[in-house]
Design a binder for this molecule. Sequence first.
Ligand SMILES: CC(=O)SCCNC(=O)CCNC(=O)[C@H](O)C(C)(C)COP(=O)(O)OP(=O)(O)OC[C@H]1O[C@@H](n2cnc3c(N)ncnc32)[C@H](O)[C@@H]1OP(=O)(O)O
Ligand SMILES: O=C([O-])CC(=O)C(=O)O
Length: 390
Amino acid sequence: MTEIDIKKGLAGVTVDYTAISKVNPETNSLMYRGYPVQELAATQSFEAVAYLLWHGELPDAAQLAEFEATERANRALDPNIKQTIDLLPLEAHPMDVVRTAVSVVTASDPAAFDSSPEADLRKALRLLAKIPAIVAYDQRRRRGQEAIEPRADLDYSHNFLYMTFGEVPEATVAEAFNVSMILYAEHSFNASTFTARVISSTMSDLGSAVVGAIGALKGTLHGGANEAVMHIFDEIGTAANVVPWLDDAMANKKKVMGFGHRVYKRGDSRVPTMKAALDTLVEYYDAPQLGALYDTLESEFVGRKGIYPNLDYPSGPAYHLMGFDTLTFTPLFVAARIVGWTAHIMEQTASNALIRPLAAYNGPDERHIDGYVAPAEVAAATERPEEAAG
Ligand SMILES: CC(=O)SCCNC(=O)CCNC(=O)[C@H](O)C(C)(C)COP(=O)(O)OP(=O)(O)OC[C@H]1O[C@@H](n2cnc3c(N)ncnc32)[C@H](O)[C@@H]1OP(=O)(O)O
Ligand SMILES: O=C([O-])CC(=O)C(=O)O
């Protein structure tokens, strides 16, 4: 058999251009539409960053005001969405709940069949506005709490936390949340975004592409890692247990979630910014034990393996300190990444080619069903070219 150079997992394969973001492992940097993500996190709201990723430029004051007004006006959930969520068991994974609710939101959109740039932009903003209400509604129903309606006088981050916890958060908490949303918003051709692009490439609709992307994000090798990090923290307990826990994990060849990355091999460009946000929360909530566990596991694991934390490592404990259930962490990633997914769906649609790679067959050689005699016309049609030529 001829040797074919298979790039397992498409590792290292460049499949298209994108103008949305640039991940540069050489310089450990990430830019959204040319702006370093650290600068955006330090100076912008998540709403302004969403506008940037969708429109290519940061909004001026009037554009931002209009964008925010539309976002605020679209936050509430229609009764059919709440009823759909209520039909799901309380034990359903929140990612399955979000996936199902998003499916209903997009199927109920009057422009569900319209894939024009204007309709897609409007649908994207509608999802950006509604996903927080879905996530908050589901966490509250799991806790047996009444749903809280959105407040149009609050920005995205304050309102998200308000709808989830019933209190307007302090600035420190809302700011850390805003930073996490900006850092999670976009990351080039990651697995879930690529999934969305594959679905869009068949000329399917935005809703189908987003639902597929949510499915891809759920896995622990991707977005599900922020939830998995917290399970690990719960298992380890305190910094004093890190060494024996790690000895055991490594002896059993277990992956330590929240570490490693397909593209960044010397550290994830977003981690220092999210770690700084986590530090403010550790101080705010007076949780030095969690900070010590974080630092000890990081230094032990990096020291032993030379594999660095990714964004899910600081964001998991940050969401825990804010009060989110561990199961809600990956839906928070969905709330942010809806921006990147939809930006890529629109980019794919604007310059489409069906995504359909090749595979090298390595199954059994040709064989036949005993006693089967092909009709003459079928035999002629399946006759292999080399036989026909011979
Ligand atoms: C926001 C995000 O989605 S970021 C990613 C979140 N995912 C995680 O945190 C899950 C844990 N990490 C991983 O599984 C991996 O690092 C991935 C999947 C993210 C990237 O991996 P890949 O580029 O495919 O590299 P791969 O998994 O082959 O790892 C290369 C080697 O490093 C090891 N390695 C990589 N990450 C880890 C880890 N977290 N724990 C232990 N070993 C690891 C692998 O076991 C492998 O070792 P080997 O060569 O001895 O077999
Ligand atoms: O880029 C990736 O492979 C995963 C990642 O960090 C992200 O999607 O944010």
